[in-house]
Structures are given as C-alpha cells and as structure tokens.
Design a protein around this ligand. Structure first.
Ligand code: DGL
Length: 268
C-alpha cells in the first residue's frame, strides 16, 4: 500500500527507531516528526505530554499515514492506549517490544531499565515486563541529564562519560542486573558510553529492532505492505532547530536527509 509510515518523537531519539525501520522495511516510506522545540518531554506533566503528542499525531494524520510508530517511550507510556482507541490505523509503541527483547536476553531474570522521569514514574516498563513474566526483578532509574546532552549532540568524549558514569552509579554498584533496557529512544545514541560504564557483562537492549519487527509483522498481517519496487523518499519534520537533528542523522545514524522541513503544530 502506497501510504507512508508515521514516526513521532520529542526530538532526535526516534531516529534510532527510524534507522531500524529503514533497514527492515527498505521499500516503505517514512514521515518523521520530532518536536525538538519542546524537547524534553521526560520532565513534563502527563497532560502536557498527551497534548503535545496528540498535536504531532494530528499533523501526521493529515499526511495520510497507514501506521503510527510512537518512537518515544515517554509518549508511549502516556498515550499508547488512548491513541489505539482514537485512531483507525495500527499504533505501535516502543515499550512492549523493548520488554520482550530484554526477557529474551536475561539469564538471571534481573533487568535494569533507564528512562526519563516520566517513563520511570509511569511504571510502564515494570508493568510490561511483569505482564510477560511475573518473576522478573526490575531495577529502574531515571536519567534526566541524558536527553538534553544528546539533543546538544554530545554523544561521546569526557563530558558524555562523566554524565553517564555519574547517573548510572546506583545501578552499577548494585552489580545485580545482567540486562539493561535503554527505555528512552535517545539513549541508543549513548550506547557505547553506557556499555563502557556498565561493563561488557551487561547486555544492552534498544527497542528499535524489536519495534521494527512488530511493525513489519503488522503491515504484513493487515496487507498494508508496499508491494512494488522503489527506493523510498523519506520526509523529516522538526518543530525547532534542525541543525543538530541533521548532524545526528547523518553522522551517527547514516540517515540521508534530503527533506527537512519545519512543522507548525497547534500550539508551537
Ligand atoms: N526519546 C524520548 C523517550 O523515549 C523522549 C525524551 C524526552 O523528550 O525527554 O522517552
């Protein structure tokens, strides 16, 4: 079916999911919207995250998308059920896929989750993990300093190491978990630093791969896949600064951005 897949995030983080979608579904066209002007969503009240997310969804629904990926854990935690009720197209979040991937990898059944304050406070990950396996021990931690750093484009080097090391001390000192879920789509951009801090013995999980697999399965099941041959032209929109956005896409994720436009949402 010749309609695009819509992908939303508060900023650049959702690009880590978009790369996986492009890899697993190379013929599908994406329309990506990052609300960079109002990023971060993590420390915002639930009602505000819901309002901003609904505005992003309205923008993409106008573009006639066939499936929506909420490539943001904070927005998934607060709006997935609501959007599934409201929209007539399939809606995929990133929390359930991340939880599934972690359960596949853990051997000692002790899983760490790091995310924004909103995601951690929502308890969405412990709920998702326990809905799959009630015996899993979950150790979660909010890392509010990561997203502003990523949005500035600081992904490696001394500053990144210092902030990550400082933030993860509690989890690291406990030495309990064998698997760590990056419960924020911005965090895979810090993956090397997070792995260096936590040590090689901890398996790091990003939900992008498993989310893309779910998208692929649903498109196939609902006969929504694009059937022809093409190299799709993706469209990217941001509500604010596009400089760091384009840099991160190109340098770190190897995403060729040909169209990057400003999106004007109801309250931006
Ligand atoms: N990338 C987002 C997430 O997965 C949001 C980061 C933020 O805006 O605080 O939660």
């Amino acid at each position: 079916m010749d309609q695009p897949i819509g992908v939303i995030d508060s900023g650049v983080g959702g690009l880590t999911v978009a790369t996986e979608l492009m890899r697993q579904l190379p013929k599908e066209q994406l329309i990506y919207l990052g609300d960079t002007l109002r990023c971060p969503y993590g420390p915002r009240p639930k009602e505000e995250v819901i309002q901003y997310t609904l505005e992003m969804v309205d923008f993409l629904m106008e573009k006639n998308i066939k499936l929506l990926v909420i490539a943001c854990n904070t927005a998934t935690a607060f709006t997935l059920d609501l959007l599934r009720e409201k929209l007539l197209i399939p809606v995929i979040g990133v929390i359930q896929p991340g939880a599934r991937a972690a359960i596949k990898m853990t051997k000692n059944m002790k899983i760490g989750v790091i995310g924004t304050e909103g995601t951690i406070q929502s308890r969405a990950y412990p709920d998702a993990l326990h809905s799959i396996h009630s015996e899993i021990e979950v150790h979660d931690l909010a890392c509010p300093r990561f997203v502003p750093m990523v949005e500035k484009g600081v992904l490696t080097g001394d500053e990144a190491y210092h902030v990550v090391n400082d933030s993860l001390q509690r989890l690291k000192n406990q030495q309990i978990i064998d698997t760590l879920i990056l419960g924020c789509t911005h965090y895979p951009l810090l993956k090397h630093t997070i792995q260096a801090v936590m040590g090689e013995e901890v398996t790091i999980i990003s939900s992008g791969e498993e989310t893309a697999r779910e998208v692929s399965a649903i498109l196939g099941y609902q006969s929504l896949l694009y059937e022809g041959e093409r190299v799709p032209k993706h469209a990217f929109y941001t509500t604010g600064s596009s400089k760091v956005f384009a840099e991160i896409a190109k340098q770190w994720l190897d995403i060729p951005i040909t169209t990057l436009e400003t999106a004007y949402l109801t309250t931006t």
